[in-house]
Design a protein around this ligand. Structure first.
Ligand SMILES: Nc1nc2c(c(=O)[nH]1)N[C@H]1C(S)=C(S)[C@@H](COP(=O)(O)O)O[C@H]1N2
Ligand SMILES: [Mo]
Length: 373
């Protein structure tokens, strides 16, 4: 029987069946940010994190391969068996409770969407490097983002099957890993475009990315996209947990402590940080992304010179990214390239993003160092 309490009873994952991150993290593909055990405080602890090196996207096609996708987990990756797993959907704002097994989930009406998934802290290190303001948290450069094709069941469909009442307001999304995430998601966003995903780039989700099922909440900081789903508790009241009051909230001067929701416009080069390229004529390639629309324009400034437009190439899918290129003559020596994207809503990357205490949502113009030899 399903119990309609706000606290889920989540079985302990046997220790022998966990690994900090399961997939290989070859050093040429990842910056390993794992910083030791955070077993006593998965909410605030450093977690188990691996950053994608941007040079792997050079010539890699539009989607980020699952093997190259960044990992951000508060606790070790749990190994969950599809046969014994189920998703519980319950709470006072539903006409009936559901318990959906893996095969049953795969049999429900599904969609496939190509969307980015980005950590709220992506770009955090630039608050320190560009503004001299240190923050706690993983020192991501720009590799805590990826674009994948996600396949799953619209959350709207699941809520309809549970006879969700019009009074439904908030959903506590609970995970089965040791972090036991309990991040509330507004019903409005759930009904709009959130999905319970079981597929990534045409394959079952990998263990590190949420097998058997995770939420995908397009355009929102990826903390909303809870992995290893266990239970959705649907309430007609606003819900609060440390996951939307203590962490993943915007605090500091000018902020009111509200949860991070939508991401913003950013850009990266398909090059290593501090890349070396041959001196002479080069084609610089990069990608820019918007949380919910396409990219309208990308401008670059070489060594502090005038802004020049890069050639934006297709596909340029809304809520995913656009690839672009810029011819650049680079004489031997040290150079820098500044990149500034604008999306079709007219949102442009600012010179100096407003600082917040935990270093979320850095969307400022980044000065990419390049050495020509
Ligand atoms: N259960 C669970 N879900 C989670 C997390 C987690 O630690 N546990 N981390 C969140 C955060 S902060 C991010 S950025 C994304 C990362 O997704 P990925 O590891 O598939 O790239 O997962 C989110 N979902
Ligand atoms: Mo994150």
């Amino acid at each position: 029987m399903c119990k309609a309490s706000a606290e889920a009873e989540i079985p302990d994952t046997p220790k022998a069946l966990r690994s900090t991150i399961v997939k290989p993290l070859p050093p040429e593909g990842f910056i390993d940010h794992r910083a030791g055990d955070s077993a006593n405080d998965y909410l605030h602890g450093p977690g188990y994190n691996a950053e994608m090196r941007w040079e792997v996207m050079s010539g890699a096609g539009y989607l980020t391969p699952a093997e190259r996708f960044f990992v951000r987990s508060h606790a070790p990756t749990p190994r969950i068996e599809a046969e014994t797993w189920s998703l519980r959907v319950e709470g006072p704002a539903l006409g009936k409770s559901l318990e959906i097994g893996y095969d049953e989930l795969l049999g429900l009406p599904s969609v496939s969407v190509v969307k980015s998934l980005e950590c709220a802290g992506n770009g955090r290190v630039f608050f320190e490097e560009n503004q001299g303001r240190g923050t706690p948290g993983t020192p991501w450069r720009l590799g805590a983002v990826g674009v994948a094709e996600w396949t799953g069941v619209p959350l709207r469909e699941i809520l309809a099957r549970a006879n969700a009442k019009p009074s439904a307001r908030d959903i506590l999304v609970e995970s089965l890993d040791d972090a036991r995430m309990r991040r509330p998601l507004p019903v409005e966003k759930a009904l709009d475009d959130a999905i319970v995903a079981y597929g990534m780039n045409g394959e079952a989700l990998a263990p590190d990315h949420g097998f058997p099922a995770r939420l995908i909440v397009p355009g929102w900081a990826a903390v909303a996209s809870v992995k290893w789903l266990g239970r959705l508790f649907v309430s007609d009241e606003l819900l609060f947990s440390p996951w939307n009051t203590e962490k993943y909230v915007l605090t500091g001067e000018g902020y009111d402590g509200s949860p991070v929701t939508q991401q913003n416009v950013k850009s990266a080069l398909e090059l290593a940080w501090d890349a070396e390229v041959p001196a002479g004529e080069n084609t610089i390639r990069g990608r820019s992304w918007s949380p919910d629309t396409s990219i309208f324009r990308v401008e670059c400034s070489l060594d502090g010179g005038e802004w020049r437009e890069a050639a934006v190439e297709g596909p340029n899918l809304p809520g995913a990214w656009a690839t672009w290129s810029l011819p650049a003559y680079l004489p031997a020596g040290d150079h820098s390239i500044r990149v500034r994207a604008t999306d079709t809503e007219g949102r442009t990357q600012p010179e100096e993003p407003a600082f917040n205490d935990d270093g979320y949502l850095y969307d400022g113009v980044v000065d990419f160092p390049i050495k020509a030899t």
